[in-house]
Design a protein around this ligand. Sequence first.
Ligand code: HEC
Length: 103
Amino acid sequence: MNKLSLIAVGIVVLAACAPKTAEVISPVEKPATVVTSEFPSTEIAEGSKLYAENCGKCHALKTVTDFSSEQWHKIVPNMSALAKIDATKENKILQYVLWKSIR
Ligand code: HEC
């Protein structure tokens, strides 16, 4: 192989190994930011909203501080199943009630 074709091979190899175009991280279902100084995180702020929207349909909204965090760990999965709330939302609601119940 002459010098020129070696260089050509080199270029092809380099091109093949070049990193693919940076993966596009799409903002999946990112709701309008609801974080306010009231809540320590977006998750919890969203959890608060989800709680208000989903947890007062069959009974009045329960007062979060009436239940301990141990109780909430059981209540949220049970109620989420009843309310047909997906795991992502369930987790946000749980984070919210746990945060709120220890306050
Ligand atoms: C499909 C109807 C339904 C939905 C939606 C629902 N619940 Fe309930 N929930 C019930 C019923 C029925 C009871 C038992 C009767 C009662 O305590 O009012 C109950 C009871 C509770 C209790 C009292 C538990 C206890 O041990 O005293 C809490 C707390 C509660 N729900 C929280 C929630 C939360 C949080 C959500 C939202 C994720 C939710 N519920 C959504 C039907 C529902």
